[in-house]
Design a protein around this ligand. Sequence first.
Ligand SMILES: [Cu+2]
Length: 124
Amino acid sequence: MGARGIIGAGSALAVTVAALVASAAPTPAVDIQVFQFQPGAVEVRAGTAVTWTNRDDIEHTVTSGDPEHHGGRFDLSLPGRGTTKTVTFSEPGVYPYFCDRHPSMRGEIRVNSTNESTNERKER
Ligand SMILES: [Cu+2]
């Protein structure tokens, strides 16, 4: 509610700033490999840019929401091996996403506020 995603594909400046904010956390990157998002769930601090890299030879998408309810926050196409896309998550919240071409592919980005520990985990 009220969360706004900033779509920053290819913004080197945004990536650099996010890296400073999240310097204690490992680089948030998701590989798309063999019809899976790996890791499937990523937890970051607000303001962090997350990058997806397609390792498959076919097109995948990173689409917010789920197949029944598109979230409308981001809808990225990664048309083939080696393509990458980045989204900066500026607002805390839970952002589920899926692949529009293969609806069984699901992932989730959990965005904590900047003064929360990223070590805090909530299991489903
Ligand atoms: Cu796919």
